[in-house]
Write a protein that binds this ligand. Structure first.
Ligand code: NAI
Ligand code: 15L
Length: 269
């Protein structure tokens, strides 16, 4: 497969979309931007909802690949999740199939497996084929997205790398994030690997930096050529001084999904 050059970035106005707009052009990508909200400083961005199938067809036409970030990124009502994350992701894959786009990178989430107990002590890292245990309707929608990607590979030959992102922010802000943080620079490295690796079919990977306190197994991500260079450990002393270490008796610290398993943060709209 020739290396993709033009890439549709959905969710371009969001937190991760904004970080990736800054970092991915250095890898040689020309980004076409799509979001329900206007993308600041980007007059050529497509402002449209994932429900708008015509706008999606036009947006994917002629691109080499897609990075699909758009959607509700926290817990919400089932109806809202259904519309944006489930129907919306289906609409995007249908547009990709119709326009012959061969490769998608899907922003899945650790919340697809959020109720999995976190490793403690010498427990092994969580493998990528651990049974799904979504912690929210949001996590459930990511399970749907992964299965949709598998179906479109098996049925239509469209390739996807589903990235179960941990926490991708400029810096980790909780002791949980010491285990699940994905630095923006490592995220760009991982997306680049996911766009360029040969023969991915449908591959599921965890998206984290090379954190000393890592909870999950990065083997399938590394097999794509991903080499994480960051480690949250440099933030550990400060975060543990402020918040204390992970507490075995705190339910927020029991499972991979953290607070999503107890009192999930909710989408504001
Ligand atoms: P965000 O909430 O900041 O951005 C999401 C963007 O999607 C927003 O700009 C929003 O306008 C757009 N959007 C929502 N519904 C839409 C619709 N129906 N049609 C078109 N656009 C729509 O979220 P963030 O943090 O940037 O995350 C991006 C993606 O990565 C999301 O799919 C999220 O679930 C996933 N993810 C992010 C993680 C993180 O740590 N940032 C961790 C795990 C997954
Ligand atoms: C996610 O899936 C969310 O989109 C993001 O906002 C963070 O909450 C992240 O998971 C996390 O688990 O920290």
């Amino acid at each position: 497969m020739p290396a993709p050059r033009t890439v549709l970035l959905t969710g371009a106005a969001g937190g991760l979309g904004t970080l990736m707009r800054g970092l991915l052009p250095a890898y040689g990508y020309e980004l076409r931007l799509f979001d329900a909200n206007p993308v600041e400083g980007e007059p050529d961005a497509v402002t449209a909802d994932l429900a708008d199938t015509e706008a999606l067809r036009e947006a994917v036409r002629g691109v080499d690949a897609i990075i699909h970030l758009a959607g509700i990124s926290l817990e919400s009502t089932f109806d809202k999740i259904l519309r944006a994350n489930i129907q919306g992701t289906y609409n995007l894959y249908e547009a990709a199939r119709a326009e012959g786009v061969r490769r998608t990178v899907f922003a899945s989430s650790n919340h697809a497996v959020g109720f999995t107990p976190r490793p403690r002590g010498d427990d092994p890292l969580i493998p990528v084929d651990t049974p799904r245990r979504p912690d929210t309707y949001y996590g459930l929608s990511k399970c749907f997205g992964e299965d949709l990607a598998q179906l479109y590979w098996d049925l239509h030959g469209l390739e996807t790398v589903s990235v179960r992102i941990g926490s991708c922010f400029a810096e980790p802000s909780t002791v949980r994030m010491l285990s699940v943080w994905l630095s923006p620079e490592d995220c760009a490295r991982l997306f680049h690997a996911a766009l360029t690796a040969e023969g991915v079919g449908h591959t599921v990977v965890y998206g984290s930096s090379a954190n000393t306190r890592l909870w999950w197994d990065l083997t399938s991500a590394r097999a794509l050529g991903y080499e994480p260079l960051d480690d949250s450990e440099r933030y550990a002393e400060k975060l543990i001084a402020e918040q204390g270490p992970l507490d075995p008796d705190n339910p927020d610290h029991a499972c991979l999904g953290g607070q999503f398993t107890t009192n999930p943060p909710r989408w504001p709209h």
